[in-house]
Design a protein around this ligand. Structure first.
Ligand code: FES
Length: 578
């Protein structure tokens, strides 16, 4: 409803500015709709619903989106709206180099400008593959039109010789076995055939599953939407329901600005901890909160982590996959376990509160969704570290790490960048042992660029052959939500701009103290000053184009890696219609 509690009138529709006036400009708009075969009965007096579709032939996780767009349209038509499908930058996790995070902000900028510049009254955002969820939402928050988020849904479980395979996680796991000489080429090829076998996004609790769950917790999807497997018929029906609901939201004038609060972001962080979510979620939630004008600091994640048990027994921190999560009751069942930690009064896109939406939700498979009394871990999936090696913070996923390595002091083996690491990691003469700490530099927002998911540095083959499967690894990179190991990530400020990580040398002692939430470099201040005096900042990666904008304006990891000029601030005016 509008501020006065009344439904919007036809003349109040945003699109009416383009379509209703009796003038030459509106004549042009209407005549061109007629050129496309639409009559006034298609659009006159109806909300125009944008369907932002991130489908492409290379966006592997969205192969079903051409069908889903038709199903959304069906719902929009059923509810008396006028659907228009609009493609947007299909940021995909697999093929985009050097890092898809580089392009999250470009997608967000595109969505913002697509919505603002055209006669759109409300929007269904179609995404799911990692960066698409934050990219779509960040852009839409900045325009603040009614929106419903349509999550792509996870793919089905992988299968190899009757064994379940999980996206990413089992790729790393079996690659290590292959490097150790324990897996034949024939078996490795069979795993390649079976690990991804249906439409949908990665089906571990990677970034995609995490971010869609957080979108749902923020109240931006229909209840239960994020857990439905992509190929389940319920997913098609959910798509049509999105189309019906967004039309009503336009008449009600229910916008993201009416839903997003500090409490709804706390709810999202709570669920992030309870699902053992991807470390990437921290970067994205910080950026999304910035767009929504809601203050959020990195330390808040650790505060909430320490009071939140991890309940979702999903890989890489647990045993099962997202298909199992759906059959176990899905996100609503997990949220229903957290009622004492959630603000249930937060509003959602269906017009109801979070509490109303999860009322009565039950767990059907208690081995998949655990209870407060029997959690997977007593604390949340992510912890935040500070110290002289990370003055602005770093993150770690203790639930996916080796417990014995979480309190550790070891000598650094330093790689100056990814290419150096790739060239030397398997060198038999590399001075590395099971107590070493691998350090990777130049992998942050500017150094990568785009914080590539290099943070799960490979274990040197000579240690793999000895049976070693984990080491403490430290970088300013991110890691895939499907990765695992004792990996300290997002070290901020990054090495490329002269953060302390830039000054680490081979043989330095480094202390990881999870219990104390500390990351310390045991080098004297005098020695650090000496090293700093001789440090030279590298030249930026880009001289022109989008990369140059990125290099000049991106914020650091602890600030969410958005562009400084895109965070909430002075409102952008609606376009003049001339
Ligand atoms: Fe798209 Fe993993 S590749 S979610």
């Amino acid at each position: 409803m509008g501020d006065d509690g009344r439904r919007k009138k036809v003349e109040d529709l945003r699109s009416a500015r383009w379509l209703r006036p009796d003038d030459l400009r509106s004549f042009g708009h209407r005549s061109r709709l007629k050129q496309m075969g639409y009559g006034s009965e298609d659009y006159a007096g109806k909300p125009v619903i944008g369907i932002i579709n991130t489908w492409s032939d290379l966006t592997i996780c969205h192969t079903h989106f051409r069908d889903r767009a038709q199903e959304v349209k069906r719902g929009v038509l059923q509810a008396g709206g006028f659907p228009v499908e609009i493609p947007a930058m299909p940021v995909n996790e697999i093929f985009m180099k050097p890092s898809p995070l580089l392009y999250r902000n470009l997608l967000a900028m595109e969505v913002e400008e697509l919505l603002r510049s055209q006669p759109i009254d409300g929007v269904v955002l179609m995404g799911g593959c990692d960066k698409t969820t934050p990219g779509l939402l960040m852009g839409a928050f900045s325009v603040n039109l009614p929106l419903v988020y349509l999550p792509a849904g996870p793919m089905l479980r992988g299968n190899w010789q009757g064994q379940t395979l999980g996206s990413g996680s089992d790729g790393w796991k079996y690659w290590a076995e292959r490097c150790a000489g324990n897996l034949s080429t024939e078996d490795w090829n069979a795993i390649e055939d079976g690990i991804a076998r249906s439409p949908g996004h990665c089906m571990t609790m990677g970034t995609a599953s995490t971010m869609t769950a957080l979108a749902e917790t923020l109240g931006l999807t229909l209840p239960g939407a994020s857990s439905i497997p992509a190929v389940d018929a319920n997913h098609s029906r959910m798509a049509s329901a999105c189309g019906r609901r967004i039309v009503e939201m336009v008449w009600e004038d229910l916008k993201p600005g009416d839903l997003l609060t500090a409490a709804s972001f706390d709810n999202a962080i709570t669920v992030d901890m309870a699902i053992g979510g991807s470390t990437n979620a921290i970067v994205h939630l910080l950026a999304m909160a910035g767009r929504a004008g809601i203050p959020l600091q990195l330390g808040r994640f650790d505060e909430i982590s320490q009071r939140t048990p991890m309940l979702a027994n999903i890989r890489p921190s647990g045993q099962f996959l997202m298909e199992d999560f759906y059959y176990a009751g899905g996100l609503r069942a997990l949220q229903a376990q957290l009622t004492s930690l959630l603000d249930l009064s937060c509003r959602t896109v269906n017009g109801k509160s979070l509490g109303e939406n999860i009322a009565g939700a039950r767990i059907f498979k208690p081995e998949v969704i655990r209870t407060f009394d029997n959690p997977v871990a007593r604390q949340g999936g992510t912890a935040v570290l500070f110290g002289n090696l990370a003055p602005d913070g770093a993150v770690i996923k203790p639930t996916a790490a080796t417990p014995e390595l979480l309190q550790h002091v070891g000598r650094a083996v330093v790689f100056r960048d990814y290419n150096d690491m790739a060239a030397r990691i398997d060198d038999e003469s590399l001075p590395v042992d099971p107590g070493s700490v691998l350090v990777l530099k130049h992998a942050g927002p500017l150094g990568g660029p785009g914080m590539p998911e290099w943070g799960m540095l490979p274990i040197p083959k000579k240690l793999l052959r000895q049976g070693v499967r984990d080491l403490v690894r430290i970088s300013d990179a991110r890691m895939s939500g499907t990765s695992y190991g004792t990996c300290v990530l997002h070290v901020s400020p990054e090495s490329f701009i002269g953060g302390p990580l830039a000054l680490v040398e081979d043989g330095d002692l480094i202390e990881l103290d999870l219990a104390g939430r500390r990351l310390e470099l045991r080098v004297s201040e005098e020695e650090m000053a000496r090293r700093r005096a001789s440090w030279v900042r590298p030249a930026p990666h880009y001289q022109r184009g989008y990369g140059a904008i990125f290099s000049e304006r991106v914020r650091q990891a602890h600030e969410g890696c958005d562009f400084d000029f895109l965070e909430a601030g002075a409102p952008t005016p609606e376009p003049e219609i001339h």
